[in-house]
Design a protein around this ligand. Structure first.
Ligand code: NAG
Ligand code: NAG
Ligand code: NAG
Length: 210
C-alpha cells in the first residue's frame, strides 16, 4: 500500500506538477522584454549617409515643368526639409552654393579623355566586372571611367548637384558608382581634428587621438 501511494505521488509530480511548473517558468521569462522607447525617435534623412550626389538632365529644357523643377532644386530651401523654416538647430544649413564647375581633374587624365576615340557605344574607359575566374564585389574601373566629370554645384543642404545634360547617363552611373560606394564604405580611416577617425559597423564615429 505504501509503495503504491509513493508511486502515485511521483506520477502526479511528473505528469501534472512538473509540466505546469515549466510553463510557469516560461511565462516568467516572457516578462523580461527589452525596454522600448529608451531612445528618442530618430528622423530618417539622406544626410545620415554623409555626402549626397544628385543629378539633373535637362532633356526637355523648354518645358515649363522642367524649369520649375530645376529652379526648385537650385533655390531655397532646396533639397528635402533640412533648410526649411523652423527646422531644429541640429541640421545646420550650409549657406547657398557657388557656381557650376567640374571638380578638378589631373591634366594627364583630362588629356586622355579629351583626345580619346570615344564613340556613342563606347563613350568612356571601361570597367571590369566580376567573372567566373575573377570574383570581385565591385567592378574595377580604369581611370577616367564614366568620362569627364560633369559640372556640379554645392547646395545649401550639403548635397552636390551634377548636370548630366546631353550625356550617356547609364554609362556615367554604372562606371562611377563603385567609386562612390568605395569612398563611403572602404575608406576606413580619415584624419580629422579629432584624430584618426573611422566609422563603426553601427555608424558611430570612433576616433584615435594622435
Ligand atoms: C576612331 O574609331 C573609328 C571606329 O573604330 C575609326 O574608324 C577611326 O579611325 C578612329 N580614329 C582614331 C583617331 O583612332
Ligand atoms: C546643364 O548643362 C546644359 C548643357 O551643358 C546647359 O545647357 C544647361 O543650362 C545646364 N543646366 C543648368 C541648370 O546649369
Ligand atoms: C551608353 O553607353 C553604353 C556603354 O556604357 C552603350 O552601350 C550605350 O549604347 C550608350 N547609349 C547611348 C544612348 O548612346
Amino acid at each position: 500500500m505504501f509503495y503504491w501511494v509513493t508511486h502515485c505521488m511521483v506520477l502526479v509530480l511528473l505528469q501534472i506538477v512538473l509540466p505546469a511548473l515549466f510553463v510557469f517558468v516560461a511565462l516568467l521569462f516572457s516578462l523580461i522584454v527589452p525596454p522600448f522607447g529608451k531612445y528618442p525617435a530618430l528622423e530618417l534623412q539622406p544626410w545620415m549617409y554623409e555626402e549626397q550626389f544628385t543629378f539633373i538632365s535637362e532633356d526637355v529644357p523648354e518645358e515649363a515643368s522642367t524649369k520649375r523643377l530645376i529652379s526648385a532644386l537650385l533655390n531655397n530651401p532646396g533639397f528635402g526639409t533640412k533648410c526649411m523654416k523652423d527646422r531644429p538647430e541640429d541640421t545646420p544649413c550650409e549657406g547657398s552654393g557657388s557656381d557650376w564647375a567640374p571638380p578638378p581633374l589631373a591634366p594627364a587624365l583630362m588629356d586622355m579623355l579629351l583626345n580619346g576615340n570615344w564613340t556613342a557605344e563606347f563613350p568612356s574607359p571601361g570597367c571590369e566586372c566580376s567573372s567566373k575566374n575573377n570574383k570581385r564585389m565591385l567592378p574595377e574601373c580604369s581611370a577616367g571611367a564614366g568620362g569627364m566629370p560633369p559640372p556640379q554645384v554645392p547646395r545649401n543642404t550639403g548635397d552636390t548637384l551634377q548636370n548630366l545634360t546631353g550625356r550617356n547617363i547609364s554609362d556615367y552611373l554604372v562606371k562611377t558608382y563603385p567609386q562612390i560606394i568605395s569612398k563611403r564604405w572602404e575608406d576606413p580611416c580619415a584624419v580629422t581634428d579629432l584624430g584618426i577617425c573611422t566609422h563603426s559597423a553601427e555608424g558611430a564615429l570612433l576616433c584615435l587621438q594622435p
